[in-house]
Design a protein around this ligand. Structure first.
Ligand SMILES: *Cc1c(COP(=O)(O)O)cnc(C)c1O
Length: 223
């Protein structure tokens, strides 16, 4: 078995106070998750609805599941009954659907808005301007069953530390901007989810409150 426990403790020992770990368990078996759970880890992240469904049904019920991948609107209803946080919300349409499904389940679902800052071409994530627009538009204020808790982003997948740092600092500055403008009175808006296996030490220096780490803890994923 992969040394999950050792790796977990190594990672935890590198996190400054105030930074929480989301252990990214996608494509890894239950026994790996159980090993981390036994060491006290409770927040796990998954990116596929079907895989999450199985794991949620068979693993301890006090696990807080974060959905970290791109979420299609028509899949929201499947995870709405139990998901703890949806990290990658990048449209008003998705936000509305989460609100609707959360209401049906008598819940409020925590979400993060996903920013697209990295150089990679991807359809996912909001540009800073479209995120400003979404917040300025104001409809989100009427969605009583979603709670926007902060921002999420992925830095470019490059070796250049300076580039990673400047992308994360851009996200951190943007967080301050929208915090002041829209969430100054809202203590729940406090999360900055950045930092993965290859760049989490940098993220910790760039205001991260939540790192999402898979490979460093569980090893390479077998797809
Ligand atoms: C898979 C994934 C991670 C974890 O990546 P590692 O390099 O394995 O640490 C973090 N965030 C998101 C959005 C992911 O999809």
């Amino acid at each position: 078995m992969y040394p999950v426990k050792e790796n977990l403790h190594k990672v935890l020992s590198q996190l400054p106070e105030g930074v929480r770990l989301v252990a990214i368990s996608k494509y890894h078996p239950n026994e790996y998750i159980e090993a981390a759970y036994e060491e006290g880890q409770r927040i796990f992240g998954e990116s596929h609805e079907q895989e999450l469904k199985q794991k949620h049904a068979t693993l301890p019920s006090d696990i807080e599941w974060h959905f970290i991948g791109h979420l299609q609107t028509n899949k929201v209803k499947y995870i709405a009954p139990y998901i703890s946080m949806i990290e990658a919300v990048d449209s008003l349409k998705l936000l509305r659907e989460i609100d609707k499904q959360a209401a049906k389940n008598g819940r409020t679902i925590k979400v993060l808005l996903e920013l697209h800052i990295a150089e990679e071409e991807t359809k996912y994530g909001l540009s800073l301007d479209s995120c400003r627009q979404l917040l300025e538009d104001g409809e989100w204020r009427q969605l009583e069953h979603v709670q926007i808790c902060g921002l999420m982003m992925m830095a470019s997948n490059v070796d250049d530390e300076q580039q990673i740092r400047s992308e994360m600092m851009l996200a951190a500055g943007f967080f301050d901007e929208v915090k002041q403008k829209y969430f100054a009175e809202d203590d729940a808006f406090c999360e900055r989810s950045w930092g993965m296996s290859h760049d989490f030490p940098i993220a910790c220096e760039c205001g991260s409150t939540m790192v999402r780490i898979g490979t460093t803890i569980f090893g390479p994923r077998i797809y």
